[in-house]
Design a protein around this ligand. Sequence first.
Ligand code: NAP
Length: 283
Amino acid sequence: METIELNNGVEMPLLGFGTYQIDDHDECERSVSEALQTGYRLIDTAAAYGNEAAVGEAIENSGVPREEVFVTTKLWIDDAGYESTKEAFERSRERLGLDYVDLFLIHQPFGDVHGTWRAMEDLYDDGAIRAIGVSNFHPDRLVDLVAHNDVVPAVDQIETHPFYQRTEDAEFLAEYDVQHQSWGPFAEGQNDIFEHDVLTEIGDRYDKSAAQVVLRWLVQREVVAIPKSVHADRIHENFDIFDFELTADEMDTIATLDEGESLFFDHRDPEMVERLCGMERET
Ligand code: NAP
């Protein structure tokens, strides 16, 4: 598996496996086991997904040595703050059944992120986490975090796919030496991505699917991708992207698909922040 070096020297696989919306324990364990047997060495979970225990069991039963698997989990908004972050991390670590976590992310840029970050810095110093980072941070929030703390995030996991390519964010992240990681590489199937004309036409040249073209396009941009699937054939398909290379022209063609805005929601939209932070509107 190709890896990329984070700003603290830790190596992270360029391709991993996502587990959002795999709520059923057995299905999650089965999917993660399939991913590990296929060769994936990065598993992405979160406290909010409710499946850390299943992920931990799959890793434990896989026979893959612990040090060969890169495990990411995330802190949800309700647990933001110094003490609550330490407690929430401990609960995540217990559910995962792991001595250490490879990457711990602030899931959303809300609540007491500075208190959270200082707790994460301490856990990092203690060796409980190998790298710390953020998710869904636009550049302004990232600068604020960097300006008031010691450790620069190793990763920013943000929505990134052909319809929302994040090229300006990518330049900014590179400037700050923060690794760009894509969530929703397939936009969760929106815009008919798996049958998209441009992507399937490029894929046909290499006997690859649109899904494989998307993942190849991401890793060629050095964006870490974590596709999710509960189907063995798709888990294999999504892993089979290291035997072909897109040309500069093909990369340029895919660049034209960018719509420049989220297909889900904007983290700077106040109504969305209200919802995510559990605020009720009167009307
Ligand atoms: P995604 O990976 O873009 O899309 C997953 C969907 O695509 C599923 O419906 C899956 O169906 C389908 N699929 C997968 N491979 C396919 C293939 N080869 N052909 C056809 N269909 C295929 O969406 P995502 O799960 O939202 O994003 C990936 C990961 O990013 C998540 O699992 C999670 O770990 C992370 N994430 C993070 C955040 C965040 O806020 N930090 C937000 C969202 C996601 P089946 O499962 O039925 O195969």
